[in-house]
Design a protein around this ligand. Structure first.
Ligand SMILES: NC(=O)c1ccc[n+]([C@@H]2O[C@H](COP(=O)([O-])OP(=O)(O)OC[C@H]3O[C@@H](n4cnc5c(N)ncnc54)[C@H](OP(=O)(O)O)[C@@H]3O)[C@@H](O)[C@H]2O)c1
Length: 289
């Protein structure tokens, strides 16, 4: 799709709300959105402020730890106030992007860490979207949900993470049907391995996965905006990922689990001794700054 067509699509939006815009895919969403529509107001929810917000008048930071339901409630109110204060016309886009994984066996990974993963990857998504949807329905727009190719099969050694993404994909597709005819479009984005802070935070060396099959954040965002412009229900980013996801989703689930486990176990050797390495990195999702 041409750059011009994407610019036209983005010009209809006056506000974009992003979760997790402080790094990786979320940050790239903000950068691309501003490149396509410099006027659009970006409202970011995360614990760290994106460094690209410095000096931007149309940037709103809502600092929040999405693990905390009360803090999420206050953040949603702040977003709604920004929406009322910002341009009152124009579509609104919500990009549910915040998320993290954790590599290891269920009984080996920190229990609290896995529960926080469910909080951020699942509970916060449902909570925030339900709170903001009435405003989106009023003005029209889109809900862009950053799921994963991990959603297409059980993922041993990333069991909790993969299951959160399977939930997210099904939830997004169901939401799309509920929103049919409402002027709000839901899109599920399924990136495969992408070069971001994700791998370090999940307890894997980045090069273990992303160098061979990986995409860049720019590729993921371009494919996402193109799919949104085409009003697609879901997009699997990258041709190779699409082939693997199509294969995995056609296999009986127990077989898919076995194949997935065999592939992921290969990366066990690359696991970062996260608890002892880099303060703030490793298996914890806590930010380093
Ligand atoms: N990279 C990949 O290979 C890949 C593949 C498929 C899907 N994904 C998905 O893509 C999304 C973005 O990940 P990424 O690859 O860009 O990784 P990333 O660079 O680590 O970014 C993750 C973002 O999530 C935010 N976040 C994490 N915990 C949070 C919390 N408790 N409260 C608020 N925000 C929180 C972080 O913000 P703060 O730390 O500032 O709070 C950060 O901006 C995730 O949902 C991930 O599952 C990634």
């Amino acid at each position: 799709m041409s750059h011009r067509a994407l610019r036209e699509m983005l010009s209809e939006y006056s506000v974009i709300i992003v979760t997790g815009g402080s790094s990786g895919i979320g940050k790239a969403f903000i950068e691309h959105a501003w490149r396509l529509n410099p006027e659009v107001v970006i409202c970011n929810l995360s614990r760290r402020t994106p460094d690209i917000f410095t000096g931007k008048l149309n940037a709103r930071q809502v600092t929040v730890d999405l693990v905390d339901p009360a803090a999420l409630g206050r953040a949603a109110e702040e977003v709604l106030a920004h929406l009322r204060g910002a341009a009152t016309k124009g579509k609104v886009m919500l990009v549910n992007n915040s998320g993290f994984g954790g590599y290891g066996r269920v009984d080996e990974l920190d229990r609290a860490h896995q529960l926080e993963m469910i909080d951020v990857n699942v509970r916060a998504v449902v909570d925030l979207t339900a709170r903001l949807l009435p405003a989106l329905r009023e003005r029209g727009g889109a809900v862009v949900n950053i799921a994963s190719t991990a959603a297409f099969q059980p993922t041993a050694h990333l069991a909790t993470y993969g299951a959160t993404k399977a939930f997210f994909l099904h939830w997004s597709l169901a939401l799309r049907e509920e929103l049919r005819g409402s002027g709000v479009h839901a899109l599920a984005v399924c990136p495969g391995p992408t070069a971001t802070e994700f791998f370090k935070r999940a307890g894997l060396k980045q090069g273990a996965v992303s160098n061979r099959w990986g995409q860049t954040v720019n590729q993921v965002v371009t494919e996402s905006f193109t799919a949104l412009a085409r009003e697609r229900a879901q997009v699997v980013c990258g041709w190779g990922n699409w082939v693997l996801a199509s294969f995995a989703s056609r296999l009986p689930k127990p077989w898919a689990a076995r194949v997935g486990a065999a592939l992921l176990v290969k990366f066990r050797a690359s696991r970062v001794a996260a608890a002892t390495e880099a303060a703030g990195g490793g298996v914890g999702a806590r930010p380093s700054s």
